[in-house]
Ligand binder design. Sequence first.
Ligand code: THU
Length: 135
Amino acid sequence: MTLSDNMRQQLIQAAKQVRKRAYAPYSNYQVGAALLTSTGKIFTGVNVENAAYPDTICAERSAVVCAVSAGEQKFEAIVVATQNGGYPCGSCRQVLAEFGLDIEVLLIDGEGNLLQQNTVRDLLPGAFQNKDLKD
Ligand code: THU
């Protein structure tokens, strides 16, 4: 799908703003995510770290959990904001893939500059999906 300029800007601003709420005292790598549903709603998330490091939750998955908890399961795009435009980790790619390979993933830096745009399909070739459980 093609994001309108207006919606892209809204998502970028939402991801940039929510990133300020990241809880990242261990890595000091703050991440914000803004997820657009097919109903036009935006759900945000941040990374939430833990003294037990593996219990950390990434921003992308926080946003997905927030959206699904609100009854949304169809997603169009996600903007991920980091200081340097870093890519989503493998676990976040897998969780996004659960909800569709066509979801657009836009990466922005801390100033809100758009650095990359790819689909989940691009980022996770050969994704394991629920169809693989049935075949
Ligand atoms: N992080 C995310 O929030 N999303 C990603 O896709 C990559 C990593 C977080 C987890 C941790 O709090 C910090 O970035 C450093 O790994």
